[in-house]
Design a protein around this ligand. Structure first.
Ligand code: KIV
Length: 283
């Protein structure tokens, strides 16, 4: 497949109207499979906390968690652009910390860009990170790190005031220099309205097909995260069911002695066993 995807691909895609595809990954084999399938970008999302680490929400994810998983994804990726989520509180305590943590995701984790949740309140942090040479993706609408403010996983921007604030925030983020913007759980028509008015590509999740691209959480689209399936997601292949059936078959075949079969074993000269039987080997 063609060259490494960069921010320039995002710019061109907006101009040509080519839809951008993004999926999340948190490990080497998944990253390799997605990259080989031709995905444009892999997001090492802090959804890691829920779909891999088993936390209730994303607020428990640390910089160390992110870097650990990012490194594995980076080892499995050749072409896709890697975008790393900045976890909760890694960019809320001042510009110095924001740049330092964003920088660590690039230099230690190996990602090509970072994503931050929020609008006007974090504009200065975003500018400082971009000034350090790190491309930034914005994230508005339902921003999971603020779950305790929203009081649950809910669509955002449904009143005039909320919709206007979201549009203003999108314009502010664009002005600050973000190369792309995620809109999560935003009503379809509002997401289309914002996408059409921005010069940067808008990536939707739960925001309809009027956006310039889509992102999904891979374990959701593979049926691997079974606590709940978000309304906005679609199970493209039932891998969760396949895992479960494989484990049931494995248990049955081990217990009945069907597995391992002869072809799963290694040979040895039988003479060696006869010699062992005859030898007086003691402890
Ligand atoms: O963490 C994540 O996977 C995300 C997506 C839901 C966009 O931020």
């Amino acid at each position: 497949m063609s060259d490494k995807i960069t921010v320039n691909y995002f710019k061109e895609a907006k101009v040509t109207g080519t839809k951008i595809t993004i999926l999340t990954a948190y490990d080497y084999p998944t990253a390799k499979l997605l990259d080989e399938a031709g995905i444009d970008s892999i997001l090492i999302g802090d959804s890691l906390g829920m779909v891999v680490l088993g936390y209730e929400d994303t607020t428990k994810v640390t910089m160390e968690d992110m870097i650990h998983h990012m490194k594995a994804v980076a080892r499995g990726t050749k072409r896709a652009m890697l975008i790393g989520d900045m976890p909760f509180l890694s960019y809320h305590t001042g510009k110095y910390e924001s740049v330092r943590n964003g920088g660590r995701l690039v230099s230690e984790g190996g990602c090509n860009a970072v994503k931050l949740e929020g609008g006007r309140a974090i504009i200065e942090d975003i500018k400082a990170i971009i000034n350090a040479g790190i491309p930034v993706m914005g994230h508005l609408g339902y921003t999971p790190q603020s779950v305790n403010i929203f009081g649950g996983h809910k669509a955002q921007g449904k009143t005039y005031e909320a919709a206007a604030k979201m549009y203003e925030d999108a314009l502010l983020l664009q002005e600050a220099g973000v190369f792309s913007l995620v809109l999560e759980c935003v009503p379809r028509i509002l997401a289309s309205f914002i996408s059409k008015r921005l010069d940067i590509p808008v990536i939707g999740i739960g925001s309809g097909n009027g956006c310039d691209g889509q992102v999904l959480v891979t374990p959701d689209m593979l049926g691997l995260f079974r606590s709940f399936t978000p309304k906005h997601s679609r199970v493209f292949v039932e891998m969760g069911k396949a895992y479960n059936e494989a484990a049931i078959r494995y248990i049955e075949e081990v217990k009945s002695g069907v597995f391992p079969a002869l072809e799963n074993t290694f040979k040895i000269d039988e003479d060696i066993i006869s010699r062992l039987e005859k030898a007086q080997i003691s402890k």
